[in-house]
Unconditional design. Sequence first.
Length: 365
Amino acid sequence: MPALAEIERFAVDHIASRPGLGADPAFPHDLWRAMGQAGLLGMGISPAHGGSGGDAQALIEAGAALVEQGRNLGIVLSWSVQNLVGHYVLERLGSEDQKKRYLPELAAGRLAVSLAVSEPGMGGSPKRLETRATVAGDGYVLEGEKTYLTNGPIADLFVVVAVTGETDGLKRFSGFIVEKPRPGLELVAGAEVDFLRPSPHGGIVMRGCAVPADCLVGEEGSALDAIFRRFRLIEDIVSLGPLLGGMRLQLALLGAASAGGGGEGEESETAGDLAASIEGVAVLAERLARDLDGEAGEGDLVPVLLVARGLCGRFQANFGELCTALRVSDPVLEAFTADMGKLAGLAGGAARARARKLGQRTLLG
């Protein structure tokens, strides 16, 4: 696994050295290949499957370093999805043939992967998902549409979550690997966004898209818990790394932009609270990573995650107020802070749902 110092040096030499990265909608394939060569796209994936290894804490630390030193959130978002789907979905749930076929290519950056869950107008709520996979001969036929797929436009394969049946009125979901190109699979452009660049987002439409049975990821009907719920939780925990790196960078940029002004009174107190918040998130992230690697359940992880994400959200609100109070005007800081707000808000719906569920358990005793 790359050492933290090596990751920081890569971020400075290959990401921060491209100041236009956050304004360019074109995906930097040369940078992606360099990340693969540096072992960054195989983090989490075991060396036995062509990866560079590492646990959840290593992913969090790497994400923080890449953002703080690289000064770009978008490329780190794409990096994170590649690593998380590779390890926590394909390596943990996939067959041996799937692992041998895909993991070394993903780790090297020769293939890119996207997790296809959300649907147009439906979001990612399991109750509302309509994409279906029907048994046909020796395989399945997929019908439906997926949208807002991180890495969708550059993906060589998609892990598609689809309905494969119902039990007592509840939908059962399964995961399928769908390679590109494939008859019945069409890529569609996503909504034009001007944030979190250069991370690409798009969609897919499947009409009579036939896949063999060996494309099934894990057991049929297991994707709701094994992929959908567990992956969402893991993704939100590991994303604390980029958020930490981003918050540290925001304070550093603010210090440079304010040029020593406003160092007394309420502004300095607010800045101190923000710095303390970062340390608090770092402590909580370390605990979450340790518990996640120890296979802790949702009940143990969610309360700590809610506190950590709450601190991140309040940081962004208070940081914006501090910039206004200090009358800071810095286009680089403003653009980066806008991206931080988007990243911090990506899991807002899931966080509210987890808080409601926790509250219901608390009130019902």
